[in-house]
Design a protein around this ligand. Structure first.
Ligand code: HAM
Length: 420
């Protein structure tokens, strides 16, 4: 017996039906906001991912040498690949350039519910603008996608890494110390942040104030702390403008400013945001994104860039937790020939109904009527057509409605209209 690799999954037909349904809803919303779909390869050169983060990221990657000795990696995310594509081929496109994608990603993570080694992202990148309206639109798009797929319980937090960095400075927290603190802040482990700050020699009073500001959604508290820094104040005004737009134009009520949004990846700067599904527990983060800089590092002409990615698998999990009623996978018609002599006629009827647009299957195992009926009800069929000699002699077949159990004789030339 072969085992499925750790952290990967197989999907049943029912699960695939759900996934395709969610994917189509997401795609339609991206398109409504003026985004166009692109695709990039599943593997890239390894240095695309180490360029910004350094070799430390290699531990989290699936990487290999190909037969030509090239160092390659399965993509852990799609932002770096999209920017590589942009620098290579899309720089001359008119701006703003709005690109979206679906793609499977690979991370050498510790697997658990909602955290896999192969998972799918639905994401987008916005190139050429970083106005408050552009950010508000981007964040509203992420939120609207999740609402449109049917999720009810969502929490949106927006932050700003420039303001956060000013706050770090105010409390005399060095760059090295920040590196230790940010993963703890990212996971909201504020007790650990407190003991870390104590170790760094920060007074208890300051440490407590630092944590309070990180968790505060009252903007006055943040404003008080940054009032001496003009740049931080400008950034804060921009963030508040974005919040206003999200609340008033896009009608997103569950939205707060939180300086504890630090984002894990190394390329972010300025505005950042996350959307959680609180029902999901530990792996509740459905979406993350913000502004970032990669273009000049990849050899292109710098232009403002921002984007986000939604964890597709977690979105489906969150819908299940909310008991979302997905459309059921079903077939319009199942055709049963009563004996071998009827097989050709049954095939002909099956194929004609398919041509007219119905989803139709036919018994291919030559089993008896009762077994065929049992099979048909197991695969969720609306109608059954029984093809027998006596009926065919009258150019008719028997149609059984699986919901009511009613049967009637129907002429073959009006079959489609009767069934549809
Ligand atoms: P990220 O926060 O690393 O951002 O991933 C985005 C989303 O992917 C997460 O919020 C989560 O829902 C999902 N995700 C991440 N890791 C896993 C995993 N191991 N298993 C299941 N789901 C997972 C990015 O990847 C950025 N590229 C987003 C972005 C686009 N920023 C700017 N543009």
């Amino acid at each position: 017996m072969f085992q499925i690799p750790r952290g990967t999954r197989d999907f049943t037909p029912e699960e695939m039906q759900k996934r395709r349904y969610v994917e189509e809803k997401m795609r339609a919303t991206f398109q409504k906001f003026g985004y166009r779909e692109i695709q990039t390869p599943t593997f890239e050169t390894l240095d695309l991912f180490t360029a910004k983060s350094g070799d430390i990221i290699i531990d989290e990657l699936y990487f290999f040498k190909d037969k030509g000795g090239r160092d390659l990696a399965l993509r852990p995310e799609l932002t770096a690949p999209v920017i590589r594509f942009y620098v290579d081929k899309l720089q001359m496109e008119s701006k703003p350039l709005k690109l979206f994608y679906f793609g499977n990603c690979f991370r050498y993570d510790r697997p658990q519910k909602g955290r896999y080694r192969e998972f799918m992202q639905a994401g987008c990148e916005l190139l050429g603008t970083d106005t408050p309206e552009a950010y508000a639109e981007l964040i509203a798009l992420a939120y609207t996608i999740l609402k449109n797929v049917g999720l009810k319980d969502l929490k949106l937090n927006i932050g700003n890494l420039n303001i956060l960095s000013y706050i770090f400075k105010t409390f005399n927290i060095s760059k090295d110390q920040q590196k230790k603190l940010t993963p703890l802040i990212d996971k909201c482990l504020f007790d650990d942040v407190l003991s870390c700050l104590k170790d760094f020699g920060v007074s208890i009073k300051d440490a407590k104030q630092f944590i309070e500001v990180l968790q505060a959604s009252d903007t006055n508290e943040i404003l008080k702390l940054i009032e001496k820094d003009e740049q931080a104040k400008v950034e804060m005004m921009k963030l508040m403008q974005i919040l206003e737009l999200l609340k008033n134009i896009f009608d997103i009520k569950t939205c707060e400013i939180k300086m504890s949004i630090v984002r894990g990846l190394d390329y972010y700067k300025g505005v950042v945001f996350e959307i959680d599904a609180p029902n999901l527990g530990a792996e509740k983060q459905l979406c993350g994104g913000g502004g970032y800089e990669l273009i000049s590092l990849f050899g292109g002409r710098e232009t403002p860039t921002s984007g986000f990615a939604i964890g597709f698998d977690r979105t489906v999990l969150a819908l299940d937790v909310e008991k979302y009623k997905f459309p059921i996978l079903k077939l319009d018609v199942f055709v049963i020939p009563v004996n071998e002599a009827m097989i050709i006629k049954a095939l002909e009827i099956t194929q004609n109904l398919r041509k007219q647009g119905l989803s139709v299957d036919m018994d291919l195992l030559k089993r008896g009527m009762s077994k065929s009926l049992k099979y048909a009800s197991s695969i969720n069929v609306d109608k059954i057509i029984i093809v027998g000699q006596k009926e065919i002699d009258n150019d008719s077949v028997t149609v059984r409605d699986m919901k009511t159990g009613k049967q009637e004789l129907v002429k073959i030339n009006v079959l489609y209209n009767k069934i549809n």
